[in-house]
Design a protein around this ligand. Structure first.
Ligand code: ADP
Ligand code: MG
Ligand code: ZN
Length: 592
């Protein structure tokens, strides 16, 4: 059966629900089916749920890897209310967030399940302890990792329960919090690594939506899972439309137009890199009449709760947030997730976009990328916070972070391969482009793609920028592009730039393609943008030769670009409204 195979060999099945004939003889099958219907009032299982439960009831350690919204909770909640198999006594569920615990406990209580919770908000410990010591015992106990780590009383009760065989199972939900590799790392989760030694006979179930193989291995090792039944399914999110766009100076305008034409009044999240940016963007959108608020780690708990509640209840439409707005965000009808800034890793990007469309209806994931963001992130990685060198990550960690953001950049720059193929490949999953059903930007206009060799043009551009640099002239990227395009402007004439040999060297190139070429050269470090403050306090970006300028201008690298002539505009400005109105009228939301 699937449960005996290593993770990598469990192929994502195409069947959504299990083939029940395979399990009918299993000793736990009947009770599971009965409880599914009577307690949880569900008709059938989703992929891997039944298999994971049967392995758990057989007393095995279980690892469940399932995308967000896939239905991980049921995998441990249902066995906890069964009486057969390895379920004797209390199932202990470790969960990292108060809100996650509260949601689940409320839902279980509404189903008449006997469940207790013990975390920093618990007022009456005595009552919880009495229930755990007495009979009948609750089916589940939700605890925070901090309580498991720090509460002597809880440890002593666990010890007592263990001795009388009343610890049914440890469940580590959001298990990626134990890994120092991820952005959700939680100190107290580390302690969970001791459970195996302290309670060697109690099976452990770990669940996560992380798709990163390194992290999965790390989690299994830290929890000391043994003879573990592993379940993995495809990480493809069929209902998410992935769109990548160049970030222009009018990005706010673009975001506003996008929301207003495709998602008027609908719920969404906008991710930004920093706290200031969140506040600024939220303010700008409010000025345009959208109900937007910011959310970041430096806000008070009350403020954060309020924003979350207003958003959950649809009183505000958009949360503009840092990645602090993450785990535990469980709103089914999120219709768009926008990355205002470049994400730091593909893993993070996948998690963040994953918060869209949990109701399985179409949703848009829009990412604005820019070479400048890329540089900002590289700088953040390599410069100590607040000038304190001890805040700097180790050289290996920095290398890893650098390579992660590089992969994001490559993902953005790759305008030919299906976004799903690219993303899933990062998670070691093969994906057939045809199954995308044209639901990503590259598939939806892939047919018209042309590959063009621009090595000569690239050399010429670098020569031009070198010329400016050597003669001490400060020029912007836009200016260089205009010169290379051969634009006839007064500035160009006054500065005599129309007499340079490279003037008009790119006359034959489409403006869109030329823009791409400059971006690519920045990314390849043939060119570099440096910011300078003007007297007025503005930051202006000037173009100079990059670290690899000499290498590229001597022809050391072939520069090829994929290019779509007459690329359809993903975002129409509001003034070209007839087309977008017609589209909206037909209700083809979230379609290209
Ligand atoms: P995850 O923890 O994997 O993100 P949840 O456990 O929160 O997902 O489940 C997401 C949603 O799917 C919940 O609303 C849950 O009730 C629903 N769900 C889970 N399993 C099933 C099932 N077998 N049939 C129908 N709905 C299900
Ligand atoms: Mg969950
Ligand atoms: Zn695609």
């Amino acid at each position: 059966s699937a449960a005996d195979k290593p993770l990598d060999e469990v192929l994502p099945s195409t069947e959504e629900t299990p083939d029940h004939t395979l399990f009918a003889n299993n000793p736990y099958y009947n009770e599971i089916m009965q409880k599914l219907k009577s307690v949880f009032r569900l008709k059938d299982f989703r992929q891997n749920q039944l298999e994971a439960m049967l392995a758990a009831l057989a007393g095995r350690d279980v690892f469940v890897l399932m995308p967000t919204g896939g239905g991980k909770s049921l995998c441990y909640q249902l066995p906890a209310v069964c009486t057969g198999g390895s379920t004797k006594g209390v199932t202990i569920v470790v969960s990292p967030l108060l809100s996650l615990m509260t949601n689940q406990v409320d839902a279980l209580q509404a189903k008449d399940v006997d469940v207790l919770v013990w975390n920093s908000e618990t007022v009456d410990h005595g009552e919880v302890m009495r229930r755990l010591r007495g009979y009948p015992k609750p089916s589940l106990l939700y605890v925070s990792p901090e309580k498991i780590k720090d509460s002597g009383a809880l440890k002593s009760i666990f010890g007592d329960l263990y001795r009388v065989g009343q610890l049914a199972r440890f469940v580590v939900d959001e298990a990626h919090c134990i890994s120092t590799w991820g952005q959700d790392f939680r100190e107290a989760y580390q302690y969970l690594g001791t459970l195996r030694e302290t309670y060697p006979d109690v099976p452990i179930m770990a669940l996560t939506a992380t798709a990163n193989q390194l992290m999965v291995d790390d989690i299994m090792q830290r929890l000391k899972l043994r003879n573990c039944a592993r379940f993995k399914q495809s990480f493809n999110r069929t209902n998410l439309n992935y769109l990548i766009l160049d970030k222009k100076t009018k990005v706010i305008e673009d975001i506003y137009t996008f929301i207003n034409t495709k998602h008027r009044g609908e719920t969404g999240i906008i991710y930004c890199l920093g706290r200031d940016k969140c506040e600024k963007v939220a303010g700008q959108l409010r000025q345009k009449g959208l109900r937007a608020k910011h959310f970041h780690a430096l806000m008070s708990v009350t403020d954060k709760e309020q924003v979350l509640q207003e958003w959950q209840s649809d009183r505000i439409q958009i949360v503009v947030a840092t990645i602090a707005f993450g785990m535990g965000i469980d709103k089914p009808n999120v219709r768009f997730v926008i990355h205002h800034d470049l994400p730091k890793s593909l893993d993070g990007y996948y998690q963040e976009t994953g918060r869209a469309g949990r109701d399985q209806k179409p949703a848009d994931c829009l990412l604005f990328y820019s070479y400048r963001d890329y540089k900002v992130i590289l700088k953040m990685i390599n410069n100590p916070k607040n000038g304190d060198p001890s805040e700097l990550a180790s050289p290996e960690a920095r290398k890893r972070q650098e390579s992660q953001v590089k992969m994001v950049m490559q993902y953005c720059l790759n305008v030919s391969d299906c976004r799903r193929v690219q993303l899933l490949q990062f998670f070691n999953e093969k994906f057939d482009r045809r199954h995308c059903r044209q639901f990503c930007d590259n598939c939806s206009h892939g047919a018209a793609m042309i590959e063009q060799n621009l090595t000569e043009e690239a050399k010429s551009i670098i020569d031009l920028v070198q010329e400016f640099h050597h003669t001490g002239q400060l020029v912007t990227l836009d200016h260089c592009r205009s010169v290379f395009k051969g634009a006839d402007t007064s500035v160009i004439r006054e500065r005599g730039h129309n007499r340079l040999p490279q003037y008009g060297g790119g006359k034959h190139l489409d403006s869109e393609l030329l823009e791409q070429l400059f971006k690519r050269l920045c990314y390849l470090e043939g060119l570099d943008e440096v910011s300078m403050q003007t007297n007025g306090g503005w930051h202006v970006y000037y173009l100079k030769p990059g670290k690899r300028a000499a290498e590229i201008s001597s022809g050391g690298e072939e520069i090829r670009l994929f290019y779509r002539p007459r690329a359809p505009k993903l975002i129409k400005s509001s003034s070209t409204s007839t087309a977008s109105k017609a589209r909206k009228g037909k209700g083809t939301k979230a379609q290209k």
